[in-house]
Design a protein around this ligand. Sequence first.
Ligand code: GLU
Length: 304
Amino acid sequence: MDYQRLFSEIAIELSEIDDLGNVASYIPELQNVDPKKFGIHLSTIDRQDYSFGDAHEKFSIQSIAKVLALALAFELEDDQLWDRVGVEPSGSPFNSLVQLEYEKGIPRNPFINAGALVICDILVSRLNNPQQEFLEFTRKISGNSQIDYCSRIAESERLTSFRNAAHLNLMKSYGNIQNDIEAVLDFYCHLCSIAMTCKELAQGYLFLAANGVNPITNERVLRGSQTKRINAIMQLCGFYDEAGEFAFKVGLPGKSGVGGGIIAIYPGHYSIAVWSPKLNKKGNSYRGMQILEFFTTRTKSSIF
Ligand code: GLU
């Protein structure tokens, strides 16, 4: 398959369709991005790489980082983790508080904000310096020392994090947050501020396509069975309340972020990262979803 040519064809076809949606603005710094950015990077487990467009430019990966936070917490806690967070799709917006009260402070899954905040609480309990150690974990599994937080974005989210603070307070009232709320919130905002390129994302998350071992570094990140579980959660919960639509159109496990990035995994084959900042009404990259729909259709590489 000539992937390079396929990417050019996809770009041409998409340029004929309006890029609807809006760049995220509820975190003020996120609106300073050029809405026309468009990047794709494919990494295969047999070590081939294909880039297109703005694939080498860093952007704010936002919720895509929640996958790595889950990987580290899963490595540390193993199955005890599931006492504090579920594995079911929420069917609600990523920052909804409603379900959390009905379900007594146990978030539906680790990718909605409430669940990711519980994961952050676990990492704050387990690590001496969560911010530094999480960054080291990310750099190690990606084999890339260039990955870093963006303090501008972290600060901007921290100043407007009233709803995440509400999640933390509600969960603390049910005993599902053990640390100081400010410390957890600060770590969460840093986690979401990580900046990566499409290439770094595809390569860093390739372990999810390769049974838990990153083929680039030969580093085992998780056991095969743990990798299977993370992919399953991505499939069911990786796209806010649009996970069904993503499964329907793209047919791969994946995770999106409000910075306009999406990572998708074809287990046993490849990881692919795309970036286009305009988001649809559900908070997923409008064009990113289209790129992946075209890609898996043309390459016949969906898991279904
Ligand atoms: N930092 C963002 C928030 O908490 C993450 C949202 C996302 O990318 O889904 O609102």
